[in-house]
Write a protein that binds this ligand. Structure first.
Ligand code: NAD
Ligand code: WQD
Length: 340
């Protein structure tokens, strides 16, 4: 394996990691996936291999276990890591903060620690638009100040960004990029990989597809009295395949030594706000399904509106969201049907 062309993907059997593995392989990279399967399934590897048309190196284990990770670093040679492995349920993080601080921060510190011992090395971190909280100006740019985190989950993203910034500053040879994802949705158009929400989904699109499938009785739309065009919240829904390609662009930039600074941040979104109601109606229309929904009270902690100014990623990474929202919503439904 060529270390410069090999990428370690932690959390690689998860939703975003699996799509990223596929796009990295399509771009000519080798991938090594580490995942403890706490929120994914081993069968995802088959889906990745079918799409990519080749074998994937998969190692089952916990990124919080530094001795296990040391073994992975001894076994494989790579210059870059994409760190997806984390817990991500905002509500659960409020109920059990230590679970989140331990898993998300210990795993990330292990990765940075091992990478800094690796000579020239590149760390790509999965951050989130959650770091902006309720922003004062919209759309948000990378310069928009972060707001104090409203959940332990969000706090782990802010702390991890700071860890990466400080370590890149301190350790020669260590380079970092944080990608701040907006709302990732969709699935691979082949329907061979997608999102696997466990239990009742918290996120909008899985709830929509499960309602369409009859698993849930109806969708509750949280609030229609916001100060937005139709009263429902505005978000920036980014197709997971587009999002995966942003990772390839960022890894290219790192491995080709094109970074201007040792630590860079990019917003990864479409730049287009879409309301909850609009998303629901478009899903119904493109898939020809009547979706039962009703308006209920606002959900605590929801931001009325947030969408990205992604021009930095457009210009510097040469990346742009390209998938049509209708196609994304078709892929989501196709994937839901595959799950049944
Ligand atoms: P996911 O749960 O589908 O994937 C995460 C993967 O990490 C899972 O396969 C899980 O089994 C694995 N994992 C968790 N802890 C681990 C550990 N200690 N050791 C090994 N594996 C571990 O989630 P996702 O939606 O693919 O999210 C990937 C990353 O992107 C996360 O860091 C998440 O916080 C971030 N993110 C997600 C969203 C979103 O809405 N999906 C938005 C912004 C940021
Ligand atoms: C989207 C919109 C809801 C469910 C979360 C995390 C964020 C990031 C992405 C990781 C909101 C509305 C939802 C439902 C609804 N994750 N909704 N009925 O809250 O924008 O972001 O996921 O980093 O950190 O907070 O995404 O999909 O939960 O909600 O009306 O059953 O859909 O109110 O306006 P959110 P979401």
């Amino acid at each position: 394996m060529d270390a410069a062309k090999t990428v370690l993907i932690t959390g690689g059997t998860g939703f975003i990691g699996s799509h990223t593995a596929v796009e990295l392989m399509a771009a000519g990279y080798e991938t090594v996936i580490v995942d403890n399967l706490c929120n994914s399934d081993k069968s995802v590897i088959e889906g990745i291999e079918k799409i990519a048309g080749r074998k994937v190196d998969f190692v089952e284990g916990d990124t919080c276990d530094i001795e296990f990770m040391r073994d992975v670093f001894r076994t494989y040679e790579f210059d870059s890591v994409i760190h997806f492995a984390a817990h991500k349920a905002v509500g659960e993080s409020v109920a059990d903060p230590l679970k989140y601080y331990r898993n998300n921060l210990v795993s990330f510190m292990n990765i940075v620690e091992l990478m800094k011992e690796n000579g020239r090395s590149n760390v790509l971190f999965s951050s989130s638009a959650t770091v902006y909280g309720e922003a004062e100006t919209l759309p948000v740019t990378e310069e928009t100040p972060r707001q104090p985190a409203t959940s332990p989950y969000g706090n782990t993203k802010q702390i991890s960004e700071d860890i990466l910034r400080d370590c890149c500053r301190a350790y020669e040879g260590l380079y970092g990029i944080a990608l701040r994802y907006f709302n990732p949705i969709g699935a691979h158009p082949s329907a061979l990989i997608g999102e696997l929400p466990i239990g009742v989904p918290n996120n909008l699109v899985p709830y929509i597809t499960q309602t369409a499938a009859g698993i849930r009785k109806e969708l509750s739309i949280f609030g229609n009295d916001y100060d937005t065009p139709d009263g429902t919240c505005l978000r920036d829904y980014i197709d997971v395949v587009d999002l995966a390609k942003a990772h390839v662009a960022a890894v290219d930039r790192m491995t080709q030594g094109r970074m201007d600074r040792k630590y860079e941040i990019y917003n990864i979104g479409t730049g287009r706000p879409v309301s909850v109601l609009e998303l629901v109606q478009r899903f119904s229309k493109v898939n020809g399904i009547e979706l039962p929904y009703r308006f209920v009270a606002r959900r605590a902690g929801d931001t009325p509106a947030v969408w990205a100014d992604a021009s930095l990623a457009n210009e510097v990474l040469g990346w742009k969201a390209g998938r049509d929202l209708d196609d994304t919503l078709r892929a989501s439904w196709l994937w839901q049907q595959r799950l049944m």
